[in-house]
Every structure is written in C-alpha cells, then in structure tokens.
Design a protein around this ligand. Sequence first.
Ligand code: ZN
Length: 155
Amino acid sequence: MRCPFCGNVDTQVKDSRPAEDHVAIRRRRFCPACGGRFTTYERVQLRDLVVIKTSGKREDFDRDKLERSIRIAMQKRPVEPERIDQMISGIVRRLESMGETDIPSKTIGAIVMETLARIDTVAYVRFASVYKNFQAADDFDKFVSELRPPVAEAE
Ligand SMILES: [Zn+2]
C-alpha cells in the first residue's frame, strides 16, 4: 500500500483488527521512508457498482466519495466516528444487495438521506441541501418545514 504522505510503496502493517462489527479489517500502517502512519480498511466487495448520473453519464461507484460527502454533512455532529463508519458500510451493503450493478445517483442520494434522517437531522438537512441543490431559499424553507423530528434509535 502506497504511503499517502511520501508515495513510498513499501509500507508495513503494524496492527490488524476487526472493525465495524467484523465487516472490515482495520490496519494501522507505518511508512519506514518518512515515518508516516495511516490506516486502511479491508472490506468485502460483492460487486462492482456503477453510478448512473442524471446526465446519463456512467461512473464507477466510489465509496470514498460517498464517505467524504457524509463526513462533511456530519461535521461537528455528536455522532461517534465508528457509528458513521457503520452507517456508510450499511449504505454500501444496501446498494450491493439491490441486485443491479447500475444504480442511478438519485437512488444513492435517497438512501443516504433516508439513513441520515434516522441518525442526525442536522446532517440530513446539510446533505439534502447540497444534494438537492436548492437554489431558492423558499424551496429550502419548505423542505426544512417538512422535516420530521429525529426518531430515537432503539439500541
Ligand atoms: Zn511515507
């Protein structure tokens, strides 16, 4: 695995342990060239998903991209990072088990919003406002007024 700091490909695994309720293996890595430390996750990939954008353009599904957008929405929210990881894995599993390799970006957006709505209303509004690309403030106000209060998790 290439070091993200210096580009050296000869990095070492210092520690491996199950993560996200054994859905992933988390590895702590060390780069002998620059002393950098980083973490990688190994996961089962059931199928290669392709995202069909609204324009009709096809694009390989990028878990990191999904994760970035969710983390931006979750910024400074009182939700454990581990919980966010679980949520992202759950979304990906849902997509992978839909039985189709081609998934419209709209479907992914809807699943993310549905998941966020259950976990954190603020993150949901943030994500939805970007995702739905609300131009007019009126639309956004209407959207917010239609939000339901978050449902408590039964855990
Ligand atoms: Zn390095």
